[in-house]
Design a protein around this ligand. Structure first.
Ligand code: BGC
Length: 258
């Protein structure tokens, strides 16, 4: 790592299969050093995840002591405390992740929801860059994550992946995890997505939907099947969105504190 990258903010993305980290150049939204990835521990308790994050920071080498560190969690995070655990180890519930990571890492951290981080990254550097107005990022993964961003301002922790759809939690009908588990065809899945996105646009009237999550690489297979009044486009940052957004939000928080 160069001396310049030592003080750059670090983003750490805690995902279901891997925990990934890199320093981020906020001018470009690109990694300033090679990303380090370690598989998510099978028992992904808060302590086990904190250990892996510590290892990632060690491996990144020479992260300056004052470098802001942003960490994503796939659940609601208010004031550093994890408040929901739909698809993660239930031991995260009501855990003060900020305190745990700060103690384990010996440095200040900023913990944020994973979809919020991805949304901020797409608005600042990716698919929604330069688009004014109200952008909704949806991540279609094991669950459905949402980021609401109006004129660049994030309204955090919007849990609209859990909207009720046909009497059920929407993410248990329309996530990519469900598509895979039920072996739905693209057409079958698109019918569910149609119901979900119509519901969202009728409630919130966004200017743009951005679709993230690994499956957005295959967006040509399902986005053209949707009939919505809102433009809907694939995310462009893909794997890096969580890291980039976490780093950007941590830098914002550090600037706010000083
Ligand atoms: C959680 C959200 C998270 C999303 C994507 C949902 O089940 O409730 O907080 O952003 O999954 O990981």
């Amino acid at each position: 790592m160069t001396s310049r990258s030592k003080s750059l903010p670090l983003g750490i993305d805690v995902g279901g299969s891997g925990i990934k980290g890199a320093p981020v150049d906020l001018e470009t939204g690109e990694f300033a050093a090679e990303r380090v990835r370690i598989p998510t521990p099978e028992e992904s308790t808060p302590e086990a995840v904190a250990d892996v994050i510590a290892q990632i920071i060690d491996e990144l080498d020479e992260v300056g002591p004052d470098a802001p560190v942003g960490i994503t969690v796939p659940g609601v995070v208010t004031h550093g405390v994890v408040r929901s655990a739909a698809n993660i180890d239930k031991r995260w519930l009501d855990r003060d992740a900020d305190k745990l990571f700060t103690e384990r890492l010996g440095r200040d951290v900023h913990v944020v929801n994973d979809a919020d981080a991805a949304g901020v990254a797409e608005v600042r550097y990716g698919a929604a860059r330069g688009k004014d107005g109200f952008v909704i990022l949806t991540t279609l993964g094991t669950g459905i994550g949402i980021a609401l961003i109006h004129d660049g301002v994030l309204i955090p922790n919007a849990e609209l992946g859990h909207l009720e759809l046909d009497g059920r939690d929407a993410e248990t009908r329309a996530s990519n995890g469900v598509r895979e588990a039920k072996e739905l065809s693209w057409e079958e899945w698109a019918e569910r997505l149609q119901r979900y996105y119509s519901h969202l646009e009728n409630l919130l009237w966004p200017d743009l939907f951005v679709v993230g999550g690994g499956v957005s690489k295959k967006s040509k297979k399902f986005l053209p099947l949707l009939d919505l009044r809102t433009p809907i486009i694939p995310a462009t940052l893909l794997n890096s969105a969580g890291i980039v957004g976490a780093a950007a939000l941590a830098a914002d928080e550090a600037a706010r504190r000083h």
